[in-house]
Design a protein around this ligand. Structure first.
Ligand code: SAM
Ligand code: SF4
Length: 477
């Protein structure tokens, strides 16, 4: 991977809570009854793809006019099409360990859940798990770990190295590993970086400090500020693609959305670049967790759709991720509102992909909403929304990360790289792993997409696709 210097050395005071509780509530209160004209003006501004302020997002959040909401969804679609095209990046979560010393009241892995079957995969088990994922066609993994002395940075680095080293027939390999694990200090983040990870992901869960303290009952995760500055420390250590998120259902969704934006803008200000991705987990039922059965601030699908659309308008260049916590039907709707990455064929416990069962209630983190296989998810993407599934890992490997990636995205160059690379890697999937039905539908879509390219770019992409058909693998621009 080619490195490039960050825009600036992060400057921050980790003792200051930059989530200003009073200011957020004031914004929400002041925007409680927006006029139609106000909302339309903000939607028109959003069309310029220059983002929104927190105040503007607060106004969109509290719009009551259903007709104007349809306009909001339309603008989200326009922005998604302009910046990301119709490609959608696919990945699979892989749980390495459900050992955890923390006690988060919403999670089945919490240390007080004595019913859970605990497991930390050994290196040979990791290898086998990766082989199964490769044979499905996956090229990107999100490696997930509980926070536990067993999952210290050296163990995590070793597991990632093992994952990258696995090869199966037909060029099966993992080309990008993103990591979702507990936050480290700067020195340990530097060690994590040596494993050549893609994005470091860590969710604040709730930005509301009082709520945070009431749901994190013991362990290192109790420290709100330490978690809040995780991404600052990661960037200081040179990890420039970071992913943030809030666990919706713990506190007021309006507060969480504005706080996600505050976090984004703070990173831009202090580190020179905002988050690479934002995730939107909603609390799902988890074994041994009462709160997960009836989340105090549960949000319905309509609200959830508005949240995604508003974030798309507010930070047009940040990737948005939706996992298989959500149902297939809702994920289809969310795609058109600006989601750019989805997980597929997921399982949520260590060793799950080698397991004949789909779910193991007494080992998994939470229940899934979408049980489709990767191949079925891809077929649906092609048939239902004419989206191009992408297995591209090119940007990260060409050093197009952090502020460099954002610079390119802002110049709308991403479509220059992403769309061609999506088509080439999709062809690779179709040739190597797809069912007959998916292959036929996918190849038809590729042809359709090639016809939309300029003659010179089409020629270039066809040459890469031809080489792929001849057996070359891992071609990207
Ligand atoms: N242990 C690390 C941590 O807490 O940051 C990383 C792994 S944790 C398994 C990944 C994420 O799962 C958490 O950040 C949380 O947002 C999410 N999660 C936990 N319980 C959940 C539930 N019941 N439903 C949906 N998502 C959940
Ligand atoms: Fe452990 Fe993470 Fe689950 Fe909390 S969310 S119990 S830290 S795995």
């Amino acid at each position: 991977m080619s490195a490039h210097p960050p825009l600036k050395t992060p400057q921050y005071d980790p003792t200051v809570n930059f989530i200003n509780d009073q200011a957020i509530w004031q914004m929400i209160d002041e925007a409680s009854a927006p006029t139609k004209e106000q909302v339309i003006a903000i939607l028109n501004k959003a069309r310029l793809c220059e983002g929104l302020t927190m105040q503007e997002a607060a106004i969109l959040l509290q719009n009551q006019d259903k007709e104007v909401d349809q306009e909001l969804f339309k603008v989200a679609r326009e922005i998604k099409d302009t910046i990301y095209g119709n490609r959608i990046v696919l990945f699979a979560p892989m749980y390495i360990s459900n050992h955890c010393a923390n006690s988060c009241s919403y999670c089945a892995f919490n240390a007080d859940n004595h019913e859970l079957k605990r497991k930390t995969l050994k290196q040979d088990e990791i290898r086998k798990e990766v082989e199964v994922l490769q044979r499905m066609g996956h090229k990107r993994i999100l490696a997930v770990y509980g926070e536990h002395p067993r999952n210290n940075v050296d163990a995590i680095v070793e597991s990632i190295k093992t994952m990258y080293s696995v090869r199966t027939d037909k060029g099966g390999e993992i080309r990008r590993i993103n990591v979702n694990c507990a936050p480290f200090d700067v020195a340990d983040f530097k060690t994590l970086k040596t494993a050549e990870i893609g994005t470091y992901q860590c969710f604040q869960e709730t930005y509301h400090q009082q709520t945070y303290e009431s749901v994190h009952l013991k362990g290192k995760k109790k420290d709100y500020l330490y978690r809040l500055y995780a991404m600052h420390r990661a960037m200081e250590a040179g990890i420039d693609d970071v992913g943030i998120g809030a666990l919706f259902g713990l506190y007021d969704y309006r507060y969480e959305l504005l706080a996600l934006l505050a976090h984004t803008f703070q990173l831009e200000q202090d580190c020179g670049v905002g988050p690479h991705t934002i995730s939107f987990p909603r609390i799902e039922p988890a074994q041994g967790s009462e709160i997960s059965e009836a989340p105090p601030y549960a949000i319905d699908d309509e609200r959830f759709k508005r949240i995604i659309a508003i974030v798309r308008l507010a930070v047009p260049y940040t990737g948005l991720i939706i996992s298989t916590r959500e149902t297939a039907a809702l994920r289809k709707e969310l795609l058109s509102l600006g989601v750019s990455q989805i997980s597929a064929g997921s399982r949520t416990y260590p060793g799950a992909y080698q397991d004949a069962q789909i779910e193991q209630i007494d080992a998994q983190q939470f229940t899934l909403g979408d049980h489709r296989s990767l191949d079925q998810t891809i077929l649906d993407l092609v048939n239902d929304s004419e989206s191009v599934p992408s297995f591209c890992t090119g940007c990260y490997r060409k050093g197009r990360t952090g502020d460099h990636f954002m610079g390119l995205a802002k110049q709308q160059f991403i479509s220059k790289f992403c769309q061609p690379n999506a088509l080439i890697t999709f062809r690779e999937y179709l040739n190597d792993y797809a069912s007959e039905e998916t292959r036929a539908a996918g190849n038809q879509l590729i042809q359709q997409e090639l016809d939309k390219l300029s003659p010179s770019r089409r020629k270039n992409v066809i040459a890469c696709i031809d080489k792929t058909d001849e057996g070359q693998r891992d071609i990207y621009l």
